[in-house]
Design a protein around this ligand. Sequence first.
Ligand SMILES: Cc1cc2nc3c(=O)[nH]c(=O)nc-3n(C[C@H](O)[C@H](O)[C@H](O)COP(=O)(O)OP(=O)(O)OC[C@H]3O[C@@H](n4cnc5c(N)ncnc54)[C@H](O)[C@@H]3O)c2cc1C
Length: 386
Amino acid sequence: MDFSLNDEQQMLQSTARKFAADILSAEAKHIEQHDVPASHALRQKFAEMGFLGMNLPTRYGGAGLGHFEAVLVLEELAKVSVAAAFPVFEASFGPSLAIAHFAPEELRQRILPAVCRGDMVVAVSMSEPQAGTALTDLKTTARLDGDKIILNGNKRWCSGAGHADAYVVYCRMSDAPGAKGIGAVLVEKDTDGFSFGAAESHMGWRGIPSADMYFDDVELPASNIIVPAGGFRQLMEAFDLERCGNTTMSLACGQSAFDYVLDYVQEREQFGKPIIEFQAVQLQLAQMKMKLDAARLLLYRAVSNAEQSLPTIADSSIAKCYANEIARDVTSAAVQLMGGYGFSKSYPMEQKMRDAWGWGIAGGSIDIQKINIAAALVGKRFNQRS
Ligand SMILES: Cc1cc2nc3c(=O)[nH]c(=O)nc-3n(C[C@H](O)[C@H](O)[C@H](O)COP(=O)(O)OP(=O)(O)OC[C@H]3O[C@@H](n4cnc5c(N)ncnc54)[C@H](O)[C@@H]3O)c2cc1C
């Protein structure tokens, strides 16, 4: 087992790091201050660098690299800001991957090259007011009518709502109960009958808009079906990769908090010496470092085992759950180590703590990952309803 990056991977990582420092930092400040999404101009710069859909095949405009390379790049960008890096997350780990793996060829050709060019943002919409963790309770329906689909229902918490150009919408496509009736369709933003509620205001993730979404007799061509009823399992397989993107975002929050505070404790003096000289501070730093390294290894295992395919639910749930937990621990320890400066909005730490928190809810809560892990251990799904 080789734990070192090869020359190309090192080059990719340092290119992404330089891009983050030179280009992303200024835009990230603007995004946080004004709560606006990453601009079209920034997406096009990502595209020029080949950062959008890095792990998508070249025939769809991707870079044809592995998930591991995509993780290396995403981490460097998200260390600056998860909102600024969000288009890269969506294009390399989010709904685009469900399209790439499971949608009909015509839909792949229509959507993925535009995503990789930075001209299209695709968001995923699963959750509903009464269907969060209990996702298979979702009620949005897509009724087939000849070569059309009629969509009705309402969605909640979609990251990118109102901003994204197209939405992968999970919906009920047959009368079969539970997961069996669920499939997914693609809905473009300006389709008649599709509207958005008021913008949500969240504790973190400024610049990643969220709003309720309403589908009122929305008519779509049947060619917009990504997977028909019975495709829920495939959607969840694609979601195993989304979890690795989520893990990377958590890790980036934690790692960047650690890097910042490591410098800080060597500069900040109290009682006439740098606070790194106090053993209590040293112990905190050691704990943070051990957690980050463990999270990184779990993430690298999940994506390396997957190679060009999709990771297992066990590998991706373990990686996500652990990274979600330690990102909260590490960022809040970093706030504490900076004292009043950690709590101040003039310094980056409070934002990292707020942003880190969301990843342990998005993409399935921390506890639900633990249930996935236990299920994989014994080779069965636990029925949450009886
Ligand atoms: C920042 C953010 C971004 C998001 N982005 C998207 C998005 O892009 N698209 C989208 O569709 N959704 C998105 N979501 C929604 C997200 O997927 C849900 O919030 C999440 O699945 C939890 O659902 P809920 O909020 O309804 O909580 P609930 O399901 O009500 O859960 C509340 C608590 O109960 C616990 N719980 C529930 N059932 C069980 C059980 N059986 N066993 C143990 N514990 C249980 C949960 O772990 C949780 O702690 C986002 C959410 C957040 C916070």
